[in-house]
Design a protein around this ligand. Structure first.
Ligand code: PMP
Length: 398
């Protein structure tokens, strides 16, 4: 028999399956709200002006493409640290953070997970219920058992914060807790700063290991505002992990630009941690790619381009918020009776719409409106042209 005779077909990625179904749909009015991507008001994936300007500079002063250091472009890592901890923060001045360039936010999570398996092999991992669908698989593939902590409360249309806190309180010392720093994917529900404080207190009291996934910094309330939660962990004197993704905030999905930062107790400890992160990278893919990180480093370190980026990111954030306001108002105007104010309270690209599987199915079959069966829709794929069709379809299945 062939070596692969007994290899089973892996389950299909549910969202990719949805995309295939969408592409095959001949309905001219079809709308894809299943994606996890920001589209502009013309329904197009943006190519940011700051990115184009940085690439122009790079083309005009072409550089040979040697290997990067294992931890990536130094100026890039430094710029990432500035975004995450604040450029003037004491923790950076003290040299207490180890940062490596990573292959997207996913790469940052995986490098962190592989490193944690070496330092904390017997730990369990807790992720939110629900969470980004790759969290579980990623930590399981690093060798950890993964369980959920309560997060979404469907009846309340909000966060089951008591449930979350109880679960964290019951976790064994050393448990790795994956937290969405802002713009929770898939629900859109974030916890408040006061609730973060309680999470930090429990994490500290129980000796848990926080791993903050920051894939949407700047999509909630602003770059500094969304990053403020990091300071709470710093102030508590915790060792913690932060994965960064620029896929969305720079619209550089295919360039795979991300990072992992680990806050340590001292510079000397950060140096040792960095040496181990490099070992993980070296044995996985040796060193990271050049282009995307060079673009991001150029933008973040050139004042005019940096301003351009902050404006363009604000533009994306504001457009999403406008879509939330319009969606809520139009649903109410279309006669949907229940309280829809949760739509404008949620943050980031996604909304748990509260629609059930049957309703999501009807949206697809009868109206060509594609969202995830969980009820998740991508608000960042709504625009002034498709929103009325989406609203009238939702009103009909509600
Ligand atoms: N974490 C979360 C919560 C995400 O939503 C995503 C991307 N959808 C990622 C991580 C991964 O980001 P990247 O595409 O940069 O690997």
């Amino acid at each position: 028999a062939s070596l692969f005779a007994a290899v089973e077909m892996a389950p299909r990625d549910p969202i990719l399956g949805l995309n295939e179904q969408f592409n095959a749909d001949t309905n001219p009015a079809k709308v894809n709200l299943g994606v996890g991507v920001y589209y502009d008001d013309d329904g197009k994936l943006p190519l940011l002006k700051c990115v184009q300007a940085a690439e122009k500079q790079m083309v005009e002063a072409p550089k040979a493409r040697g290997y990067l250091p294992i931890d990536g472009i130094a100026a890039y890592d430094k710029a990432v640290q500035g975004l995450v901890y604040g450029a003037d923060s004491a923790i950076l001045k003290a040299g207490r953070v180890a940062t490596v360039q990573a292959v997207g936010g996913t790469g940052g999570l995986k490098v962190g997970a592989d490193f944690l398996k070496r330092v904390n092999p017997a730990a369990k991992v807790l992720i939110s219920d629900p969470s980004w669908e790759n969290h579980r698989a990623l930590f399981e593939s690093a060798g950890f058992p993964v369980e959920n902590y309560p997060y979404y409360d469907a009846a309340k249309r909000g966060v089951n914060f008591d449930g979350m806190l109880t679960a964290l309180n019951g976790a064994a010392q050393g448990t790795i807790v994956v937290l969405h720093a802002c713009c929770h994917n898939p629900t859109g529900y974030d916890i408040t700063p006061a609730q973060w404080k309680q999470v930090v207190d429990v994490v500290k009291a129980r000796g848990l290991v926080p791993f903050l996934d920051m894939a949407y910094q700047g999509f909630g309330e602003g770059i500094a505002e969304d990053g403020a939660v990091i300071q709470q962990f710093v102030d508590a004197g915790l060792d913690f992990f932060v994965s960064t993704s620029f896929s969305k905030s720079f619209s550089l999905y295919g360039e795979r630009v991300g990072a992992l930062s680990v806050a340590c107790a001292s510079k000397e400890e950060a140096d040792r941690v960095l040496s181990q992160l490099k070992r993980v990278i070296r044995t996985n893919y040796s060193n990271p790619p050049t282009h995307g990180a060079q673009v991001v480093a150029t933008v973040l370190t050139t004042p005019a381009l940096r301003q351009m980026w902050e404006d363009e990111l604000a533009g994306m954030r504001v457009r999403i918020k406008e879509m939330r306001v319009a969606l809520q108002a139009k649903l109410q105007a279309a006669g949907v009776k229940q309280d829809m104010s949760f739509i404008t309270q949620q943050k980031g690209m996604f909304s748990y719409s509260g629609l059930n599987k049957d309703q999501m199915q009807r949206l697809r079959d009868e109206f060509g409106i594609y969202g995830v069966d969980s009820g998740r829709i991508c608000v960042a794929a709504l625009n002034s042209k498709n929103i009325d069709a989406v609203v009238s379809a939702i009103a009909k299945v509600s």
